[in-house]
Unconditional design. Structure first.
Length: 365
């Protein structure tokens, strides 16, 4: 990010008449009007804001996942993705090759979704204060109604430095959690989850969690069926269980035959429609309730109750999208028992009622 600070300082003097007004800036480029970043052909516009030291995997996964989202009826692309940077041209990565970025930050003003990947630089503390100036000014043009902003991994430092995450729940890579807390105490950091979403701001943990977040955004826009097709085409799970806790190094128990809770989870998925007790789940795994609860949390990052609730919400979403079953029947089949319980849990998890969710993702029949 030291390179980013230098680039931003160079750009700041020309921003008012150049990049943010749709002109190109940077070494080797002219200052005349730039071509429009987006085709404006009805597709959802996604701008990826990259910085020196960008990780090619994080840049590529955004293009791959959103690029794979297709309309179910005619196969047309649902998203258009462009990459932009403060100084267009060759940009170094954390690999042994650079990438060429054609678009300046003027692309941000046209985007409906802006995604900020991480950089390999390790000097967030040195640069974070200055990010609140030049880059926050550029990104400030993005904060208009209907535009959402997301970060991958330590890209959350950029959003936090701009002040956007104050008072909000956010996450970043667990290795950077301590530094993030010291720099941004006003942010409600949750280092245990794979991604967060609050209003129009989204954050994700490490690189692979960027996949989880992109699939989540596609699911919000176009429903589980489209997101599942994208996951299937890219050979990744449509939804991963648990959070970062399962990836943080921890002492491994020695000795024979530590059993897993996987069998109990598989059994629970086959029996979601009926009441399931913790004692019953522990019995499937041939463990005491205390041991089962501890191991379940270690393996999934969630308590058994949290995990069951999440699976039941996902089952309800699937039934609402793919069937015409009444809400009460959906509630029963998903294991919530009553429509009132289903409404309560869907409101807590998704912020919408079952009927509103069905109207959005299934539509009139």
């Amino acid at each position: 990010m030291a390179g980013l600070c230098k680039d931003l300082a160079m750009e700041k003097g020309t921003r008012d008449t150049a990049a943010l007004e749709g002109t190109r800036t940077g070494s080797g480029t002219d200052t005349g009007p730039a071509r429009p970043a987006f085709a404006h052909d009805g597709r959802h516009r996604v701008a990826v804001l990259v910085r020196p030291g960008v990780m090619p995997l994080e840049l590529g996964l955004v293009h791959q996942l959103f690029g794979a989202a297709r309309h179910a009826a005619d196969g047309r692309p649902l998203y258009e993705v462009v990459t932009c940077t403060p100084s267009p041209g060759l940009l170094r990565t954390n690999a042994d090759f650079p990438v060429h970025v054609s678009h300046g930050t003027g692309a941000l003003a046209e985007a409906e979704t802006v995604i900020v990947p991480a950089t390999h630089e390790e000097d967030e503390p040195e640069c974070a204060g200055r990010l609140g100036g030049a880059l926050a000014e550029a990104l400030g043009r993005v904060r208009r109604p209907g535009t959402r902003v997301a970060s991958i991994c330590t890209g959350a430092f950029v959003l936090a430095a701009a002040g956007w995450l104050d008072g909000r729940r956010a996450t970043t890579h667990w290795k950077s959690a301590g530094r993030f807390r010291r720099l941004f105490p006003a942010v409600r950091l949750d280092p245990d989850v794979l991604y967060t979403g609050e209003g129009d701001l989204f954050t994700s943990a490490g690189e692979a969690a960027g996949i989880d977040l992109c699939l989540h955004l596609i699911r919000l826009d176009h429903g589980a069926a489209v997101a599942n097709d994208v996951a299937r085409s890219t050979v990744v799970p449509p939804h991963r269980e648990g959070g970062q806790a399962q990836f943080i190094a921890a002492p491994v128990a020695r000795g024979g035959g530590r059993s897993s809770t996987g069998e109990a989870r598989e059994w629970a998925l086959r029996n979601l429609g009926r009441p399931l007790s913790l004692r019953e789940l522990a019995g499937v795994g041939s463990m005491s309730v205390r041991t089962f609860t501890r191991r379940f949390r270690e393996e999934t990052g969630l308590t058994p109750v949290q995990w069951l609730t999440r699976q039941r919400v996902e089952r309800a979403r699937q039934l609402l999208e793919e069937t015409d079953l009444p809400v009460e029947r959906v509630a029963a089949d998903a294991g919530f028992g009553t429509g009132a319980s289903l409404r309560q849990h869907m409101q807590a998890a998704l912020g919408v009622s079952p009927r509103a969710y069905r109207a959005t993702f299934r539509g009139p029949r």
